[in-house]
Design a protein around this ligand. Structure first.
Ligand code: UT7
Length: 323
């Protein structure tokens, strides 16, 4: 036994930051951002807190699944930085939605949602749970260097949640990690110890974009190929690919490498930018609610990110209209 996805829900902040507005903040322009990344706009937190958004996504997913908070046996939140160092964001969500189950966070950067699915699968296999809530969200706008045009144009805030129930719809899942704190890193930035002998670093994102790009294109092709093969399927049997929404060029290159028609890749990077661990589940929620996904569809999901981590999986969709 593995699980079925019973419902999804997303939450993004209201404020939309366009490429035009960004062009007034750093030396960039709409044409560069669109052609190099596909991004047109992204949502940025002004008044909203990460807690408000994670709770909103959680409640939307519970409603979509028809599951109540009291029924939950586990909450996993994937985030790089919760509202507090402790308690975990998952515990904050548990309190806010009125659940009583165990709750913890996982940090696998942009691959967080797929890491969380794999952890949840273990609980289902061990028959420890009937219903699990996963919330994947990052608030990158508060850890971006807004003076660095090479990175500040790429990211946005927001995320989404999924409710899992007993079922047999996870067909394969693969995680990888290659420890690397050079090409993509966000330091903590503060240290209150009067004894500590190292300099403090600013808590902002540092990235070697070209290195991550090469890693990403390879990771997407390798991950999806392996997960489709592990599921005992052929590439042509995949109905929909939900990729990490980092850059449309990475998605297009993956489609070419995998010989999957571009139309099968669900893309919303133009409206959200890269929301880190929120990226795959936001796309999954939009594909769910827009009716793109039909009952019985085979979905491949794949993400890559800091770590460097990757996650890929194949699931059968078990909601909505029949094909
Ligand atoms: O979730 C994982 C997170 N990270 C990623 O997925 C990032 C993966 N990498 C990428 O998506 C791409 O490497 C970027 C979008 C980050 C960069 O695209 P690129 O085509 O690799 O551009 P580049 O870094 O090679 O820069 C080309 C030029 C440079 O100018 P010169 O040296 O050729 O004169 C940059 O200084 O573009 C310049 N540039 C910009 N120009 C206008 C860099 N950023 C900007 C900007 N606006 N925002």
């Amino acid at each position: 036994m593995s699980f079925s996805i019973l419902g999804t829900g997303k939450a993004v902040p209201e404020y939309v930051l366009t490429n035009e507005e960004l062009s007034t903040m750093v030396e960039t322009n709409d044409e560069w951002i669109r052609t190099r990344t596909g991004i047109q706009e992204r949502h940025i937190c002004k008044s909203e807190t990460l807690t408000e958004l994670t709770v909103k996504a959680a409640n939307a997913a519970l409603e979509n699944a028809g599951v109540s908070p009291e029924q939950l046996d586990l909450i996993i939140c994937s985030t790089m930085r919760g509202e507090n160092i402790t308690p975990s964001q998952a515990c904050v969500i548990q309190k806010e939605i009125g659940a009583t189950c165990p709750a913890f966070d996982v940090n696998a950067a942009c691959s967080g949602f797929i890491y969380a699915l794999d952890i949840a699968d273990g609980y289902f296999v061990r028959k420890k749970v009937r219903y699990v809530l996963i919330v994947s969200m990052d608030n990158l706008s508060n850890i971006i260097d807004w003076k660095d045009r090479a990175t500040c144009v790429l990211f946005g805030d927001g995320g989404a949640a999924a409710v899992l129930g007993e079922g047999d719809d996870l067909l394969s899942i693969n995680l990888t990690a290659v420890g690397n704190d050079k090409v993509l890193r966000i330091p903590h930035g503060t240290n209150s110890s009067p004894f500590y002998e190292h300099d403090e670093e600013r808590a902002v994102l540092h990235m070697e974009g070209n290195e991550v790009y090469k890693f990403a294109v390879n990771a997407m092709a390798t991950g999806i190929k392996k997960s489709v093969a592990d599921a005992g399927l052929e590439m042509k049997e995949v109905d929909c690919v939900i990729p990490h929404q980092a850059n449309i060029r990475i998605i297009n290159a993956s489609a070419k490498n995998l010989d999957i028609p571009k139309e099968k890749f669900f893309c919303n990077v133009m409206h959200y930018g890269n929301t880190s661990s929120g990226s795959v589940p936001i796309a999954l929620d939009e594909a769910n609610r827009s009716g793109v996904l039909k009952k019985g569809d085979i979905i491949a999901m794949c993400a890559f990110g800091a770590g460097l981590t990757t996650g890929s999986c194949v699931i059968r969709w078990n909601k909505g209209e029949e094909k």
